[in-house]
Ligand binder design. Structure first.
Ligand code: BDR
Ligand code: CA
Length: 309
C-alpha cells in the first residue's frame, strides 16, 4: 500500500524537485499539494505548483493556504529563488486551476478521513500545519507522521542561528514541534550534504528528457545564490530530502532528539534547539536526519525523474 502524503510547499526550486520525486514514486500516494507563502508570496507559490504539475503532466489537486505568518512580519527569499520563485527555466502557463477549498481545510478533511494514515510533508514554513492543528485539534493524534524540511542542529542559513522555513514562522513551528505528532526533521545539517555539483546536474540533463532539462535549469539558477553567499559549486536540494526519506529511509542515518523552537525574538529567533547531548532530560520528540547516502540519493532522483517523458 503506498503511503498517503500531503506535500505542503512553497515552490521554490527544491520544492519543485521534491514534487517530482514524490509524484514519480509508487511508494507514495500524493493526496494533494498544499501551498503556503514562503520563498515568495502565496500567489506565486500556488501558481508555481500548478506550473510544475503542467511540466510533469500530472493531475493532482492544489490547494492554496496561508499568505502570512501567525504573528511575525513576513520574510521572503526572492534573493534565492528570483521574483517568481521559480526563476531560470521557461515556464508554461498552467491549464489546471487551484481548488476552491483552503489548504488548511483540505489537510483537516484528509487527516480525519484517513486516521493514522496521512503523513504531512512540509517543505516550506509550518503555518498551514499549525493553523490546521489549532482549527481542528482532533487531527493531532490522527496524523501518521510529519516529515519536514526545516531547521538545523548546527548553523542557520537566514540568520546565524535559524533556517529559513522555521524563521518564516517560529510560532507556527513551535505549535508543530510541541504537538506530540511524530516528527522527522531534515535540517540544514543534513540537506547541506546534497550539493548538486555540476557533474550531478549533468546526470539530469543527460536523461535527454524535457523534465531532466527542466531539473538541470532549476539547479543552475539555484546554484547562483549558493555560490555567491556560501562559495559552493552547487545548491543543496533541501526539500527532496524529506520525500527521499519516505521513499528510501535506509539512505538516511537518523537519531531521536528533543527539539524545541525558540519563538522569542533575539539572536536565536527561529532556531530549532536540539538537545544533542541530552542535557535537559526532556523526552525526544523528533527523529533528526544526520547523514544521507549521497550516491543513493542522487541515483534515486535520477531514476525517478527519468520516468517523466
Ligand atoms: C528552505 O528554504 C527554502 O528556500 C527552500 O525551498 C527550502 O525549503 C531551505 O532553508
Ligand atoms: Ca521550500
Amino acid at each position: 500500500m503506498p503511503r498517503k502524503i500531503i506535500h505542503d510547499c512553497d515552490p521554490g526550486h527544491d520544492d519543485a524537485i521534491a514534487m517530482m520525486l514524490a509524484l514519480a514514486s509508487p511508494e507514495l500516494e500524493v493526496l494533494g499539494i498544499t501551498t503556503v507563502y514562503g520563498n515568495v508570496g502565496l500567489e506565486h507559490t500556488a501558481h508555481n505548483a500548478l506550473v510544475v504539475l503542467e511540466i510533469l503532466g500530472c493531475k493532482v489537486p492544489v490547494y492554496a493556504g496561508a499568505d502570512r505568518p501567525l504573528v511575525r512580519e513576513r520574510i521572503s527569499a526572492e534573493l534565492v529563488h528570483g521574483n517568481s520563485g521559480l526563476e531560470g527555466p521557461d515556464l508554461p502557463t498552467p491549464t489546471a486551476k487551484l481548488q476552491k477549498q483552503h489548504a488548511v481545510h483540505f489537510i483537516i478533511e484528509q487527516v480525519l478521513s484517513h486516521p493514522g494514515q496521512v503523513t504531512l510533508v512540509p517543505t516550506g514554513t509550518l503555518t498551514n500545519i499549525a493553523l490546521a492543528m489549532r482549527l481542528e485539534p482532533k487531527i493531532i493524534p490522527a496524523i501518521q507522521q510529519i516529515v519536514l524540511m526545516g531547521g538545523s542542529i548546527d548553523i542557520g542559513n537566514w540568520s546565524p542561528s535559524a533556517e529559513f522555513n522555521i524563521l518564516c514562522d517560529p510560532h507556527a513551528a513551535k505549535i508543530v514541534f510541541d504537538s506530540g505528532v511524530p516528527l522527522m526533521m531534515c535540517g540544514l545539517n543534513l540537506t547541506h550534504q546534497t550539493l548538486a555539483l555540476p557533474e550531478r546536474v549533468a546526470r539530469f540533463r543527460g536523461l535527454g528528457t524535457p523534465v531532466g532539462e527542466f531539473t538541470a535549469q532549476l539547479l543552475e539558477f539555484f546554484r547562483q545564490h549558493h555560490k555567491q553567499r556560501f562559495g559552493w559549486e552547487g545548491p543543496p536540494i533541501h526539500d527532496a530530502c524529506a520525500i527521499a526519506f519516505l521513499v528510501r529511509p535506509e539512505l538516511f542515518k537518523t537519531r531521536l532528539y528533543n527539539v524545541e523552537i525558540e519563538a522569542n525574538e533575539g539572536l536565536a529567533y527561529g532556531r530549532t534547539v536540539c538537545d544533542y547531548w541530552r542535557v535537559t532530560g526532556k523526552a525526544p520528540n523528533t527523529e533528526v536526519g544526520l547523514e544521507v547516502d549521497l550516491e543513493g540519493f542522487y541515483d534515486l532522483l535520477v531514476e525517478r525523474i527519468g520516468q517523466y517523458r
